[in-house]
Write a protein that binds this ligand. Structure first.
Ligand code: LLP
Length: 438
């Protein structure tokens, strides 16, 4: 992917940086992010929308990978930003991200989070349920503010993907259902609130989707809903947000489309189905996460121990695992990997890559073909840019890795490796235990 290649020394190189050198400088495990590739993907989204002639916003779903440098990159590329918690909002604000381009999502925004977002004067709230309509109205009234909102609706489209990450179907904790009338009622209720300016609706049908059909169906259903709302209430949607979910290639056999193909399917669908509903076509927003950053990330590990069970399997353990990448354990996600320090050597054995956490389920890759693996080798796992650092934990009190951005032979630390001190930073021993520590 991206700027990755094998250099003259037979080492994996990303963004012009030799991974063997990166290990010397930063240690492992290390998340390496190909900055150029993220910028390229961002431009693919922007260019595809520009080509459509529609008005649009591309918001990066920061849940995929939320750190200050990423917010800055996203700002520079002209994208907006979707946040789903006070933590993501705080990160964006700390990076100086333009607040009017921030959209706040989530099915249970707390009063504190809403207050923080109101005070920050963010661009838009994506309202998920009736409780939130009333809470937001009351809090905005208290502050004498008017807030722009979208209503999250569930169009009943079930994305063809892993069931834990499908959110478009009727039985979902998210949003107002079109099918049972709750979406219509939500429009009626929200449009009567004095402090809420209803811009339109939002729909997100799932994640890691390879086909355009789901998006086309969602557009069609949202348009039919828009038509009903226009006819019965005389309201038109200024904005329609079609969420994220565009797939990437983790392993051979994954068949994602090009960014431009997803965008074209959506914009063509909008032109076809929204024609004649209002005076003009709505502004179209999308919020990709994975497809902007997933392929740009590589995790570099050092190989430690191994265990050969003759006739059964050889386990090779690395210095990270489910604490930096919980996706295989959570979703049975598959990854490809290579030996970064001996990238040209022929395949010699099949091994299974284990993490170091005290849990049998901590396996990163089963049955991986590699050159003869030795302790001290570097293993590079590809496509770890999305939902890896952002889902990392301190399970077993393992310290979270550092993150570096690489570009044109330069590497820059964007997240420091956690220290031992970080691990105990919030721990307290009650005074009554009368324990003397240094
Ligand atoms: N918008 C909304 C409302 C979402 O819920 C999501 C993802 C996105 C946008 C971005 O979707 P993307 O373009 O990244 O597919 N942890 C899981 C993925 C969870 C996705 C949750 N929502 C994983 O590691 O596969």
């Amino acid at each position: 992917h991206g700027t990755s290649k094998i250099n003259a020394l037979g080492h994996l190189e990303i963004g012009g940086c030799d991974t063997v050198e990166l290990k010397k400088e930063y240690g492992t495990p290390l998340y390496i992010v190909d900055e150029q590739l993220i910028r390229q993907r961002a431009r693919e989204y922007m260019d595809a929308f520009k080509a459509s002639g529609l008005t649009f916003q591309v918001a990066y779903a920061s849940k995929a990978f939320s750190v200050k440098a990423m917010c800055t990159l996203v700002e520079q590329e002209g994208l907006s930003l979707d946040v789903v918690s006070d933590g993501e909002l705080y990160t964006a604000m700390q990076a100086g991200f333009p607040v009017e381009r921030i959209h706040f999502h989530g099915n249970n925004k707390t009063p504190d989070e809403i207050e923080m977002a109101l005070d920050a004067k963010i661009g838009c709230f994506v309202v998920d349920n009736f409780t939130e309509i009333h809470l937001l109205q009351a809090m905005a009234a208290e502050k004498n503010q008017t807030v722009k909102i979208l209503l999250r609706i569930t169009p009943g489209v079930e994305a063809h993907t892993h069931e834990y990450i499908s959110t478009g179907q009727t039985d979902s904790k998210f949003g107002f259902d079109i099918g049972n009338g709750s979406a219509f009622e939500a429009i009626e209720v929200a449009s009567k609130q004095s402090q809420l300016q209803l811009l339109g609706v939002h729909s997100h049908i799932g994640s890691q989707i390879f086909e355009v059909e789901g998006f086309q169906m969602a557009v069609e259903r949202v348009a039919a809903f828009a038509r009903e709302v226009k006819e019965k209430l005389g309201l038109t949607f200024q904005v329609v947000n079609l969420g994220g979910g565009f797939g990437i290639r983790y392993v051979e056999g994954d068949t994602p489309l090009e960014v431009s193909q997803y965008v074209k399917a959506i914009t063509d669908g909008v032109k076809k189905h929204f024609a004649g509903i209002g005076e003009e076509l709505p502004e179209i927003w999308v919020e990709p996460g994975r497809s902007l950053v997933g392929e740009a990330g590589t995790t570099l590990y050092t190989v430690g121990t191994s265990k050969d069970i003759p006739g059964v399997r050889k386990y090779v353990a690395v210095d990270g695992g489910m604490s930096d990448n919980p996706r295989p354990a959570l979703y049975e996600s598959q990854y490809e990997a290579m030996l970064a320090n001996r990238a040209n050597e022929p395949v010699a054995e099949t091994v299974s890559i284990a993490g170091k956490a005290c849990e049998s389920g901590d396996m990163l890759i089963w049955d991986l073909a590699l050159p003869k693996v030795e302790t001290g080798d570097l293993l590079a796992v590809a496509c770890t840019g999305a939902y890896n650092y952002s889902m990392a934990s301190n399970y077993n009190r393992i310290r979270r890795p550092a993150v570096v951005f690489v570009q044109d032979g330069q590497s820059d630390l964007v997240v420091r490796r956690e220290s031992h001190e970080d691990i105990v930073r919030n721990d307290l021993i009650p005074a009554r235990m009368n324990k003397q520590t240094v």
